[in-house]
Design a protein around this ligand. Structure first.
Ligand SMILES: Nc1ncnc2c1ncn2[C@@H]1O[C@H](COP(=O)(O)OP(=O)(O)OP(=O)(O)O)[C@@H](O)[C@H]1O
Ligand SMILES: O=C(O)c1ccc[n+]([C@@H]2O[C@H](COP(=O)([O-])O)[C@@H](O)[C@H]2O)c1
Length: 213
């Protein structure tokens, strides 16, 4: 069983490089762990937080498992050391990532946060609140995802931010003024998806119902 650890235990005693992999984790799966591990190695992160969202502002509430259940699921793939599951957005009272990052920087002024997202989320990024301001202030690492990588690189966010795309090494810099870089982390794609897991579970459930007791 991984230890239950909250990021707060780190306090603010030394600068740490922290990857933030925000998500619904409905449920957590091997794709999340793959993404977190690849980002951690490529960007020399001290740790990656699996930041379980109290509620993605763009996703319907229907079909969303309760936060404690999703947090427990994220904890099962975490190790409590380099990969840490947290519902810190619940404590901070934030839902929008731009707000979360602003509050986290205030709370951990010496930490360096890197936002870690899958390619599907780069496609969606222009729908996030204050996304351009967030991309200006925050280094973003994009992980390839089957069916999404090419779309993401040809999409609006990649186009708008084209001048700031760099090799992963550029994200190791301490200061990003006047604009933070983003990169595509070279990693193999991983096919796991929470939608597919939920669909498989629903099918199992339906089969069980049909077979009867
Ligand atoms: N297999 C994967 N490859 C790359 N990125 C992934 C993968 N799975 C999840 N991610 C990324 O992890 C973050 C959290 O994802 P999330 O919890 O929504 O999982 P999901 O599998 O995308 O869920 P759903 O299918 O319900 O939308 C997002 O940035 C997403 O792009
Ligand atoms: O800030 C926003 O406007 C925003 C809109 C949609 C999603 N997000 C964040 O994107 C992350 C990935 O969400 P999800 O549900 O696709 O796993 C998660 O941290 C969400 O809070 C953020």
């Amino acid at each position: 069983m991984p230890r239950a650890v909250t990021p707060a235990r780190f306090g603010d005693s030394r600068a740490r490089r922290i990857g933030l992999l925000g998500g619904s984790f409905n449920p957590a799966h091997a794709g999340h762990r793959h993404v977190a591990d690849m980002a951690r190695r490529a960007l020399r992160l001290d740790e990656v937080w699996l930041m379980v969202s109290p509620g993605n502002p763009l996703k319907p509430v229907a079909g969303m498992a309760p936060l404690p259940e999703r947090l427990a699921s994220a904890r099962r793939i975490a190790d409590g050391r380099r990969l840490i599951a947290t519902d810190i957005e619940r404590d901070l009272g934030t839902r929008f990532t731009a707000d979360t990052l602003r509050v986290l920087r205030r709370r951990f002024p010496r930490a360096r946060f890197v936002l870690v997202i899958g390619a599907d989320n780069l496609v969606q990024l222009p729908r996030w609140r204050r996304w351009r301001e967030m991309a200006r202030d925050t280094a973003i690492a994009v992980l390839p995802r089957p069916g999404w990588t090419r779309k993401a690189l040809a999409g609006r966010a990649a186009h708008v931010l084209a001048r700031h795309r760099q090799a992963p090494g550029a994200l190791l810099t301490e200061s990003f003024a006047p604009h933070a870089p983003w990169c595509l982390v070279p990693a193999r794609e991983h096919a796991a998806s929470a939608t597919a897991i939920r669909a498989a579970r629903a099918e199992q459930h339906e089969l069980g119902e049909r077979r009867g007791p």
